[in-house]
Structures are given as C-alpha cells and as structure tokens.
Design a protein around this ligand. Structure first.
Ligand SMILES: NC(=O)c1ccc[n+]([C@@H]2O[C@H](COP(=O)([O-])OP(=O)(O)OC[C@H]3O[C@@H](n4cnc5c(N)ncnc54)[C@H](OP(=O)(O)O)[C@@H]3O)[C@@H](O)[C@H]2O)c1
Length: 266
C-alpha cells in the first residue's frame, strides 16, 4: 500500500519575476508542487530553480489579459483543484490620464488586473468550494486604499481586487475556503519600470524586498488571515493612516509621489 501523502498543489500567476517569483519559492520550500504562469519570460530557469527546492513544476506561458489565456491556464490544471492559488499577475500604468497614458495599455491593465482575476477566481472558487477546502491569495496593493492621481487606472483596479477579495472571503466563510488580500507597498520588482514610473518619487524611492513581501503573503495565506499590509513600518503606517485620511487628501499625497518628474534630483 502506498502510504505517501500526495504533495499539495499551488497555482501562482505572474511567477516569472518579483512578488510572484518569491511566492512560488515560498510554496516550493513548503512542500507544494506548482503550476506557474507568466506571459513573456522563458519560465525554464524559474521552473528549474523551484525544482531545486523539491517541487514538481508545470510552467505555462500564457497571456492572462485574454480570455483564451485564462481558459488555457485553467485547462493546464488537468482537472486538479489546487490546494492554494496566488492570483498575482498584474501591471501598472503611470502618467497623466488626459495626456500621457496609452488607452490600449490601460485597457490591457483592466483585462489583466481585473478581468482575468474574476475569470480565474470563478473557476478556482467554484472548485475549491465544491471540495470544501482551499486557500486563495489575491495580490492587491496599498494602492487599493487611495485614489491614484497619475496612476488612476491602476489604483482603481486594485480597489476592485481588494473589494472583490474581501467580499469572496465573506461569501465563502462556511465552505472551508479562505481568501487573503496581500497589500504590498512599494516593492523592488520590475513593476515601476514596466509602468513607466522611474521618474517618479515612488518609482525612485526606497522599497521593500519582494522576498519579504512574499513571505508575509504566504504566512497570512496559510494562517487564513483576511489581509496583510506588507512589509515595512512606513507601509504599515500608510495602511493604518488610509483608514483615517480623507480621499481628497490621499489623492493629493498620491500626486506628490506618482506625478511624472517628481523623482527628487540627486
Ligand atoms: N512592485 C510593487 O511596488 C507592487 C506593490 C503593490 C502591489 N503590486 C502587485 O504585485 C503583483 C506582482 O507585481 P510585481 O511587482 O512582482 O511586478 P513584476 O516583477 O513586473 O511581475 C509581474 C508578473 O506578472 C506577469 N504578467 C504581466 N503581464 C502578464 C500577462 N498579460 N499574462 C500573464 N502574466 C503577466 C509577469 O510575467 P512576464 O514577466 O512574463 O511579463 C510577471 O511574472 C502585481 O499584481 C502588482 O500590481 C506590486
């Protein structure tokens, strides 16, 4: 008789870099096998690294900003319901909405950050609830708590993710499925470069490490917590403060850190 316990399975989107890469490493080091997904990057090296940590890994290269991409990723699970999933893939878009930002990029941001999150969650929540267990982590952001002047569509997308995650958590409370919102502050990843925000105060400023943020997210997920604001003291204070500060003040503070050219001169 085979007495070995099957290894648990985790799905991580946006696992090629940054927070998703570190989340995948957390799962691998805690005895999970993995299905990892990203768009452009060759995932071979990341898969080999995770295998080196003892995980069985299936890498899926897929554009999650498309419906076909999400369907393809779900089919890649081959009928297996993950024990845990991190819906993490996301992009930003910095700049003035009226004059700078590109509509196509913003619509793609909505497709990835919002639409694909709902689409994938629909399948995962349904399957996890039917099985009576599961852990879902949504990478939201501290940005979800403030109107994002000069990053307007991004912050709105994260406000959606945050509200969506907390609503699902409540709906699922009697099902054995937990939902956790990971709310990072500025984190050292490829995010700000991709969002065209290196000339901003926030893009050029101090950041948390993706490793610390992912560890906070993984620990909160495993503990079944509602949310975790991560990682530095200043980010945690920002999280606390956001509950008290009026929205128009938060929008003004956001303008100061995200306006193009706000990067301090050396
Ligand atoms: N960095 C921060 O300061 C910060 C703060 C709060 C929240 N967040 C959130 O954290 C999450 C991860 O971002 P990050 O900071 O780790 O940035 P990152 O290093 O740029 O990682 C983004 C990941 O998403 C993947 N991705 C992008 N577009 C995709 C698409 N169309 N289909 C599939 N995968 C796609 C990327 O894959 P490819 O490399 O293959 O494109 C990459 O693996 C995002 O949801 C972001 O909003 C970041």
């Amino acid at each position: 008789m085979d007495t070995t316990t099957p290894r648990r399975l985790a799905l991580v989107t946006g696992a090629s870099s940054g927070i998703g890469h570190e989340l995948a490493k957390q799962f691998a080091s805690h005895d999970f096998d993995l299905v990892i997904a990203a768009e452009d990057e060759d995932l071979t090296a990341v898969a080999a690294e995770l295998q080196g940590l003892g995980a069985g890994v299936k890498a899926v290269q897929v554009d999650l900003a498309t419906e076909e991409g999400v369907e393809h990723l779900y089919r890649s699970l081959e009928g297996r319901t993950p024990d845990a999933a991190a819906l993490n893939a996301g992009i930003g878009a910095g700049g003035a909405f009226a004059s700078d930002t590109d509509l196509r990029q913003e619509l793609r941001l909505v497709d990835l950050n919002v639409r694909s999150t709902v689409h994938l969650a629909k399948y995962l929540v349904r399957d996890m609830a039917a099985r009576g267990e599961g852990r879902l982590l949504f990478t939201s952001s501290i940005a979800s708590t403030m109107p994002g002047a000069f990053q307007a569509v991004y912050n709105a997308s994260k406000a959606f993710v945050q509200s969506f995650a907390l609503a699902l958590r409540n709906e699922l409370r009697d099902t054995g499925v937990t939902v956790t919102a990971l709310m990072p502050g500025p984190t050292e990843t490829e995010f700000f470069e991709r969002a065209g925000m290196l000339d901003t105060q926030v893009g050029a400023g101090d950041k948390d490490s993706a490793e610390d943020v992912a560890r906070d997210g993984f620990d909160a997920l495993m503990a079944g917590k509602e949310r975790v604001v991560s990682h530095s003291l200043s980010t945690k204070l920002q999280g606390r403060g956001s509950r008290l500060i009026p929205d128009k003040v938060k929008a003004e503070l956001h303008r100061k850190m995200a306006e193009p050219g706000s990067r301090p001169r050396d």
